[in-house]
Design a protein around this ligand. Structure first.
Ligand code: URA
Length: 213
């Protein structure tokens, strides 16, 4: 937890800070950016998934019997907010290959900055799953708030939100709407600009991942 922001976990491992600085640089190529966001999502994933429940299992080593620990099978669902959230998907699926994936598509109305839903497809049994909602940028917080509302409408109760960079404004808005959802972020940046972009930020995360600008 940070002092100013309740329910926020700052994951600022030196490897993440190093990779994030390369990602912030506007001269970093799309291919490198995409590799870096996958690498960062894996490192962040270790922390985000730290409380996964374990169960005892009996196994035979080459020398003797022992009781080991394995994941207790609490099912997981990763939900990228389209489209930039998919940048986190490969890395997290590498850690938990059996996870289900839900998608939610929201775009920001350029005038009002209010999120408009255009796509949503979730697994049926969200009530029994740990849900990790992912979007690299928690900017105004409006998309994140709306996405988590829709996911709660599907009966999910165990929800975490994972991003790369959060703005203080977005953290406040998100926490007011969803105080029960912990936000995991690699950085908390200074502020939003008039267009809802995070400063200093990385620019448009979708464009950086997909090379569309
Ligand atoms: N979305 C982005 O992709 N970047 C920002 O800085 C804010 C929202």
């Amino acid at each position: 937890m940070t002092k100013e922001f309740p329910n926020v976990q700052l994951i600022d491992h030196p490897l993440i800070q190093h990779k994030l600085t390369i990602m912030r640089d506007k001269n970093t190529a799309t291919q490198d950016f995409r590799n870096l966001i996958r690498e960062v999502s894996i490192i962040m994933g270790y922390e985000v998934l730290r409380d996964l429940p374990l169960e005892d299992v009996e196994i035979d080593t080459p020398l003797e019997k022992m009781t080991g620990k394995m994941l207790a099978g609490k099912k997981m669902c990763i939900v990228p907010i389209l489209r930039a959230g998919t940048g986190f998907l490969d890395g997290l699926l590498q850690l938990v290959p059996s996870a289900r994936v839900g998608h939610i598509g929201l775009y920001r109305d350029p005038e009002t900055l209010i999120p408009v839903e255009y796509y949503m497809k979730m697994p049926e049994d969200l009530a029994n799953r740990q849900v990790i909602v992912v979007d690299p940028m928690l900017a105004t917080g409006h998309s994140a708030v709306a996405a988590v509302e829709r996911i709660k409408d599907c009966d999910a109760t165990d929800i975490k939100f994972m991003c790369l960079i959060a703005a203080p404004e977005g953290l406040k808005t998100f926490h007011e709407a969803h105080p029960d959802v912990t936000v995991y972020t690699a950085a908390i940046d200074r502020q939003l600009n008039d267009h809802g972009y995070i400063l200093p930020g990385i620019g448009d995360a979708g464009d950086r991942i997909f090379g569309t600008k």
